[in-house]
Design a binder for this molecule. Structure first.
Ligand SMILES: Nc1ncnc2c1ncn2[C@@H]1O[C@H](COP(=O)(O)OP(=O)(O)OP(=O)(O)O)[C@@H](O)[C@H]1O
Length: 248
């Protein structure tokens, strides 16, 4: 079983979601994420991982279940309100504004911040956290490398100083070395007390970076454990890391 003991900052209960009138894609999922914890959801293509995140932020309508953020029910709040409450979501694929500069992209992340002094301070904090972006601040975002664009997405999202960061496949399309860098940033954020919930296909590296993991199959949680225990689990190795079963 999992070892998460402290009160979860994000608590998902019996979440059910699907598209239109179609079948249930997420079919009764419970997930907890604590402050300072990285939780990873793995599963085969089509298991419902992305749908789960979209359901949490109400990009698709939930059919059942609740979402609690820091003890407060936020089940039906739209994504923008959730951001104000402290729940941020980075969707799969590039979500930067390609024609804006790096600095403009970061500032866009703070568009809900009214106080200019706070906006300025947060921007400075982001440039301190991501020095590569500070050097590239005047450049058009489309000219950044894939890894730099992922950093920019993170910096933009962190402008709102969220308590919980949800990411859909942060490693997708990145070279292995850059994947390591992205997961190092996530670990640093966890050390700062952020809760991270990520969905990943890169099972080995994601679990290596995570504290706990959930295995989703056909929209249900099949396994839940410490990340290291999942890494050591033969079924997980065979099904999700392409390892052959060991000879009997
Ligand atoms: N917009 C949509 N309309 C209808 N069905 C959809 C839509 N998006 C996804 N689905 C279906 O929902 C199921 C789960 O998809 P989802 O993207 O959540 O899975 P996933 O586990 O994230 O997979 P992957 O790892 O391939 O991204 C799939 O059968 C998919 O075809």
């Amino acid at each position: 079983m999992s070892e998460q003991t402290s009160k979860p900052i994000l608590a998902i209960r019996d979440l059910k979601a699907g598209y239109g009138g179609g079948r249930m894609i997420v079919n009764g999922v419970d997930i907890n994420v604590g402050a300072g914890e990285i939780v990873c959801v793995i599963g085969q293509n089509g298991a419902g991982k992305s749908t789960l995140l979209k359901g949490i932020v109400n990009l698709i309508q939930l059919r059942q279940g609740t979402v609690q953020l820091d003890g407060k029910d936020v089940t039906d709040l739209p994504a923008q309100k959730l951001l104000l409450e402290g729940l941020a979501y980075i969707p799969q694929g590039r979500s930067i504004f390609p024609r804006l500069t790096v600095a403009e992209n970061i500032r866009m992340g703070g568009y809900l911040i009214k106080d200019r002094a706070v906006l300025k301070r947060r921007h400075e904090e982001m440039e301190a956290m991501f020095p590569a972006l500070a050097e590239l601040r005047g450049l058009q975002a489309s000219s950044l490398s894939g890894g730099q664009q992922r950093q920019l997405e993170l910096a933009r999202t962190l402008m709102m100083d969220p308590k919980v960061l949800m990411l859909d496949e942060p490693s997708i399309g990145l070279a292995p070395r850059i994947v390591d860098q992205v997961f190092t940033v996530l670990r640093d954020l966890a050390k700062l007390g952020k809760a991270v919930l990520m969905v990943e296909q890169n099972v080995r590296k994601a679990l290596a970076a995570a504290d706990r993991g959930y295995v989703l199959e056909l929209g249900k949680v099949r396994l839940e454990d410490r990340a290291q225990a999942l890494l050591d689990d033969e079924r997980v190795a065979q099904l999700y890391m392409g390892m052959r079963p060991t000879a009997a």
